[in-house]
Design a protein around this ligand. Sequence first.
Ligand code: HEM
Length: 196
Amino acid sequence: MIVNKITYKKLMALAGLFWFAYLIFHLSGLFYFHLGEEAFNLYYSWLNNSPIDTILRILLLLSLGFHVYIAVTRQLSNNSSIGTKYKKPYPKAVPRSVAWSGALMLLFFIIFHYFQMHEVESVTLYKFLVDTLTKPEMIIIYILGLTTITAHLHHGLTNAFQSLGLCHKQYNLIVSLILFVVMGGYISIPLSIWYA
Ligand code: HEM
């Protein structure tokens, strides 16, 4: 039973790491934005017509579903252990209500963002992005989305390293540095629009 729990936690960490790898892939594509409208639209029209896109969408959906399912079942099992002798301790620094509110906001952001980016019809993707990221309500949604993903990844990556047998403290600084670079990359897209 305990072995199973540990295996599920490792698989959950791997599913999270797959999403993190996707975030880097996604960011590398978004960098075409800085090369101009033609380069950006060309890259996305290539990606959307490539089998990589379909494979990625299926893998992202499966890994997200698995990640969320294990997170929920682990939390429920921990709740039901209240009052018994053994109760799994949670990281002291993050209250459960805060961690779950952040995770829910992130899930809503991913679903919202996915459907929003696939409703582009009458204009090119570049123009759609410029138009979207200049609307005040969208700026708030994207700032909240990027903030929750940074917090979730900071907690998730340090724990994923730990689940895979790598020392927590040693990797804390590395995780912060990686997140600073990756999230800085994402923020550079709206910044380049606002200060163009
Ligand atoms: C400033 C931040 C971001 C910008 C400007 C941005 C932009 C885009 C664009 C232009 C697309 C459309 C791609 C297409 O037509 O196929 C897209 C798709 C997507 N984005 Fe983002 N994105 C951002 C942040 C994020 C974040 C933080 C996540 C994950 C948590 C994310 C997850 C996705 C997913 C899952 C898709 C769909 C992928 C697919 O259809 O293959 N994005 N994004």
